[in-house]
Ligand binder design. Sequence first.
Ligand code: SF4
Length: 440
Amino acid sequence: MSRSLVSIVRYEKPYDSVRKAVELAGGLSHLKPSDHVFIKPNIVFWTAKTVIPKWGVITTSRVVEDMVRLLKDLGINHITIGEGSVAADPKDKETQFHAYETLGYTKLQKRYGVKCVNILARPFTKVDLGDGMKLSFSTDVLESDAIIDLPVLKTHAQTTVSLGIKNLKGTISIPSRKRCHNADPNMNLHRWVARLSDPMPPVFTLVDGIYSNERGPAFDGRMRRSNLLMASRDIFAVDKVGAQVLGYAPEDVPHLKLYAENRRKPLDLSDVEVKGEKIEDVTDFHQYEFGYTEDGALPAPMAKMGIQGLSYYKYDLSMCTYCSGITGAVLTAIAMAWKGQPWDDVEVLTGKQMDPRPGKKKTILLGQCMCKRHKDNPDIQEAIPVDGCPPNPKSIVAAFHQAGIEVDPNIVENAEQLPGFLMARYKDKPEFEEGFFQVE
Ligand code: SF4
């Protein structure tokens, strides 16, 4: 059996470290100068309204530039960088370019002639993946000769890890992303994620672990300076290694398990040859789940505050990005509204598959999926619907006020500015360098 090469390299300096990781993984000699190459970084979310902490969330511009230089050195001239970041307003197509400007990609355009595109503003092609699964992928991506996949080394609250395969979710349309968060347990998120690389041209993956993210994938995780790079021409092999480095055996990651079943590949590392650092020397356990009470009724920090009379059930796999995006702000606003007096047995239902529980006096239905599912549900005493996808922040505030929870409208209505407040965590921590997200 031929084994797939995966390199593990400690990040030491610009260009050389990326080049070493790529070379140890067998290099890019499979590419021709005439090839059209699509680079997919990971820029989960962006806002032009505040400076966001990018460490462990967004691919470093250092790695993006070094990869562009390597491709140019091979004589490749058709290079496109593209992402489909989530913005606060789903119709907003401009904020993506603010991200590119801030991250220095505009300089890469001028210096190396690369093209930058907003995947969400470009055409999609519907692909039948079989087994009744259809997703719309970026036509630019599908028509490229090769993909350079640049995920961040991170855990993920829903998918355990988010590495090469999961990073490709940013290449599908918003309706397809919602479909991945399916309410049918037999067609759940893991099943869709496991298929994301199926229609892709050859993918070379370089995992950017200069910074890593515990309890990712977003800004509220705990970031570490890990100084690691991992690369491979085999996306599954590098994801298996990356999972191990984060402390998870591949069999503990549902989408990797399904990938192995679909492709009839071993789930262990018997078909992988690791070059460079040894896995055991760089493994550093990263927790992926947010802590909740045993019954899943309240986030652990809120239970610790003594909050009573509220059940804000643990997110499930069916909650998609837009609803997830507002959760942090809503929970923060609730915590700040707590004055020590129990609320009136309020429950909050989210995602697409939650059901009310007995004994609750008020049920907030957050988002159009919950509103549709529980329209006229006789098991609900008093339904407080917040329709819309994503649910409107003003309506969220009104719903909590109706339930007797006086959340501060400023927090919920300015949710996109919340990551900016987290910048304070990195003050006087020189290992968190903004320079990694700039191009000189
Ligand atoms: S309302 Fe929320 S869960 Fe439903 S599709 Fe929209 S983002 Fe997803």
